[in-house]
Design a protein around this ligand. Structure first.
Ligand SMILES: [Zn+2]
Length: 431
């Protein structure tokens, strides 16, 4: 592979800041240093990044690509509860997704994710019209054609054919690469019977699960009614709390449930913008912290802008605890770094640092600091100056351009025009 060098760039990976540095890379990073130590090597493809900031490619740790066609969708909608939101909106849409619908929501998402600087996505998928092979269709669109890294699973629930959903997860998890992997997908306790959970426990084989947990209080109520235990206890009882699992939301878990998650290598994916939109409450990150449970950050498929969720997490936690000093930028960056740690383990690669030996996955933004910048204040520059509206110009995965000088590698117009026709067909089926 060709060797590329970014020169004269600001470089930051939430640990180290280089004000004027260079990165030499192929699929992986070969060398990172200050420009003072730069020596040009013949044959290197040199890109001068004066006025640009290089960050690790962004990660979205809980996404629903199937929500793509919800934009502009009109259905009778008057939810009185979270369950109503599922019934009146999301379960109507995912039930009517076919292979073509999955493929085009995957391609549109690839375009949008790249434009938002995301290079790795952890998706939670559901499609009622096709289960078998659905994850491969997603992978084809997002990873093979979109060229992103993707981790996929199918939301097993009693809404769909349980055996088929289980088989789809098991089959997809059999193969992985540096670009893709599977987890065992479960929708949520409230859509899973004890019988289904037992079936899952019999085939899980220590693999990580990806499930919504206590997103609204109804999930806890339902679990108490069904099993006499709370959601996390219920999952524990079936032996489903495996290492590297993602429990999304956990808005309503209590101390006892948090204690069950301690020291298990389990991650809680927080998605505060979606929580606010669904009016379900906010994750209590102090509780998670107290029990040493790492958070990762997703957006629950509410658009594609992951930096918005990063910012909203920071703001919402201050509001929740009514103190401007709780939830620091370090807390936020820890959450972002945890996402890389988890994805690195699932894909068996090194992601998230701009350091020798790590994958050359970058998001490069145009950034002219209006105030002095150095290693002591770069965190604030990035939060307030970049995340608010990242001016993304280059996106790379494995050292390959997904966006170059503002232009993405996919044919956006063609994809959107085809997707719009497919969306029309999906919407027609909702009636
Ligand atoms: Zn979700």
């Amino acid at each position: 592979m060709d060797v590329k060098v970014f020169t004269n760039a600001m470089i930051y990976d939430y640990d180290r800041f280089i004000k004027n540095g260079y990165i030499r890379f192929g699929k992986e990073i070969v060398e990172v240093d200050d420009m003072q130590n730069y020596k040009e090597t013949p044959g290197d493809e040199v890109v001068d990044l004066s006025g640009y900031l290089v960050l690790p490619g962004f990660i979205n740790s809980h996404m629903h690509i199937y929500s793509t066609f919800a934009r502009g969708m009109i259905v009778p909608y008057n939810p009185q509860s979270f369950k109503d939101i599922l019934l009146q909106l999301w379960w109507k849409l995912d039930a009517k997704l076919d292979e073509e619908g999955i493929y085009y929501s995957g391609l549109v998402s690839a375009v949008e994710l790249i434009k938002n600087g995301v290079t790795t996505v952890i998706d939670h998928h559901a499609s009622g019209m096709i289960i078998k092979g659905s994850l491969n269709t997603l992978k084809k669109a997002v990873v093979d054609e979109g060229k992103l890294r993707g981790i996929f699973c199918f939301e097993t629930s009693d809404r769909f054919n349980v055996d088929e959903a289980i088989e789809e997860n098991v089959e997809f998890m059999k193969e992985s690469s540096e670009k893709h992997a599977g987890m065992f997908g479960l929708h949520a306790s409230l859509s899973l019977s004890g019988e289904t959970l037992k079936k899952v426990s019999e085939v899980l084989n220590g693999n990580p699960i990806h499930i919504h947990v206590a997103e609204s209080y109804e999930d806890e109520q339902d679990s108490m009614e069904k099993s006499g235990t709370r959601v996390v206890e219920r999952l524990e009882k079936f032996g489903l709390l495996t290492k590297n699992s993602i429990l999304a939301h956990c808005v309503h878990i209590n101390e006892h449930e948090a204690s069950l998650l301690k020291d298990k290598g389990i991650y809680i994916a927080v998605n505060v913008t979606s929580n606010m939109n669904n009016a379900v409450g906010l994750p209590k990150t102090k509780l998670f912290k107290e029990y040493g449970i790492p958070i990762v950050i997703g957006n629950d498929g509410l658009g594609y802008n992951i930096t918005r969720d990063w910012m909203n997490l920071y703001f919402s936690q201050k509001l929740l605890y009514e103190t401007p000093t709780y939830f620091s930028m370090d807390d936020l960056y820890e959450g972002i770094k945890n996402g890389y740690k988890l994805a690195s383990e699932l894909l068996n690669v090194k992601l998230g640092k701009i350091k020798e030996g790590y994958k050359a996955d970058f998001t490069v933004v145009k950034y002219t600091p209006p105030t002095p910048v150095d290693e002591t204040n770069i965190a604030g520059h990035v939060f307030f100056g970049v995340f608010d509206k990242p001016d993304i110009r280059y996106v790379l995965v494995d050292g390959e351009y997904l966006m170059k000088d503002g232009k993405i590698h996919l044919n956006e117009e063609e994809i959107y025009s085809a997707a719009s026709k497919v969306a029309k067909k999906v919407w027609k089926r909702l009636k």
